[in-house]
Design a protein around this ligand. Structure first.
Ligand SMILES: [Fe+2]
Ligand SMILES: [Fe+2]
Length: 372
């Protein structure tokens, strides 16, 4: 379902955007799952050469979250934000907010919002990284091929490192944490509770990680904070491999599924995409700032940056779905949906099956730019 921001506040969709995490003190969250753990006695390494190559690459691409990043960098969140706002030419940039709560906001309120927004975004990255850690550990268990088990084991380590860096950045450089967004949690729960091994891949490696890679790239381009920039550059080098792992693993497998099975995968991909794009709207920030959701939607709808960001989130997902054959299977069901979402324009962007080579870290990576 595509959510129309103009009507959302007056409909039942309001429940979707106004739903926030009420279990803020929850420390342990358990999800029931019933899946087969698969041993394989076929140890023929290299039977899937592309996965085997990816595994070799992963082994030599490890970095150390504690020692490879310049943690002594001083981060002044407000100062960095003010510099960016000055460059952009103002806070709200031409959106008519006269009949919203923002009409009464001072510059100080906008700065506080920017700070909270950054705390929220990095917190969700951190929670998402834990989702990736858990999904990849699951893949080690339930994927049937030895080359994939080897590779997934390296990704478990990568995700632990990502969780570690985002957690450390939040603790030592930013000014507060947010609990996991309720819609992100529901999506992770759905991925984890599905017992089919390829759904763990599709949900995490293709959809969530594809979106994360695009989001990291966007923030990498926008931020002037050198520690965050380098941190994201390192994480992106790993994430590009992870998405490639999903594409390379599912490509052959999907060729042998029935039309009905493929349609289920198309629906799953579409639902995940819409949930990530339309439901994860910083609800907890608006709540903390005392802004009614309808007013927040007015700001987001009018913001050209926000709209661009929402579109760009699909820049990895669409070409990867195409490479997997999901876009055009079954009379092009998913293609039509992506046309409706206005993101089909990304279909011929480079897919991530091979692109990870471009994201590799070079010597002295601080100076090397990330690809788009
Ligand atoms: Fe990650
Ligand atoms: Fe990842």
């Amino acid at each position: 379902m595509v959510i129309d921001y103009r009507t959302i506040a007056g409909t039942t969709d309001r429940l979707i955007v106004e739903l926030t995490n009420t279990d803020v003190d929850e420390v342990v969250h358990s999800v029931e799952a019933n899946y087969d753990t698969i041993f394989t006695w076929d140890y023929e390494k290299g039977a899937r050469p592309k996965l085997s190559r990816l595994y070799e690459k992963a082994k030599t691409s490890m970095w150390n979250a504690q020692t490879d990043l310049p943690w002594d960098t001083e981060v002044d969140q407000e100062r960095i934000l003010m510099d960016r706002i000055d460059n952009l030419g103002g806070f709200d940039r031409g959106v008519d907010l006269s009949r919203t709560a923002f009409a009464r906001w001072s510059d100080q309120d906008w700065v506080r919002f920017g700070v909270e927004s950054q705390n929220w975004t990095l917190s969700q990255f951190m929670h998402g990284e834990q989702g990736a850690l858990i999904c990849t550990a699951r893949i080690v268990e339930n994927v049937p091929w030895i080359d994939a088990k080897y590779y997934a084991a390296t990704q478990v380590m990568d995700e632990a490192r990502h969780l570690e860096v985002f957690s450390k950045y939040l603790d030592t450089k930013l000014s507060g944490h947010y609990p996991i967004n309720v819609h992100l949690r529901a999506l992770l729960d759905d991925i984890i509770s599905d017992n089919r091994w390829d759904m763990t891949y599709l949900g995490m490696q293709i959809m969530v990680e594809g979106l994360a890679l695009a989001a990291f790239g966007f923030i990498y381009q926008m931020t002037g904070e050198p520690l965050l920039k380098q941190l994201l550059r390192y994480v992106m080098a790993d994430e590009a491999r992870h998405v490639a792992f999903g594409v390379l693993s599912l490509q052959d497998f999907y060729q042998n599924l029935t039309g009905a099975e493929i349609h289920e995968r198309q629906e799953f991909a579409y639902e995940a995409a819409v949930r990530m794009r339309d439901r994860i709207l910083q609800q907890e920030v608006w709540e903390r700032m005392g802004v009614p959701m309808a007013d927040a939607l007015t700001l987001m709808e009018g913001s050209a940056d926000r709209q661009l960001f929402q579109q760009l989130l699909f820049s990895k997902i669409v070409p990867n779905c195409k490479k997997l054959g999901l876009l055009d299977a079954g009379d092009g069901w998913l293609r039509k949906k992506f046309v409706d979402l206005g993101v089909i324009c990304f279909e011929d962007w480079s897919d991530t099956g091979e692109e990870y080579e471009m994201f590799q870290l070079a010597e002295g990576t601080e100076a090397s730019a990330a690809p788009q």
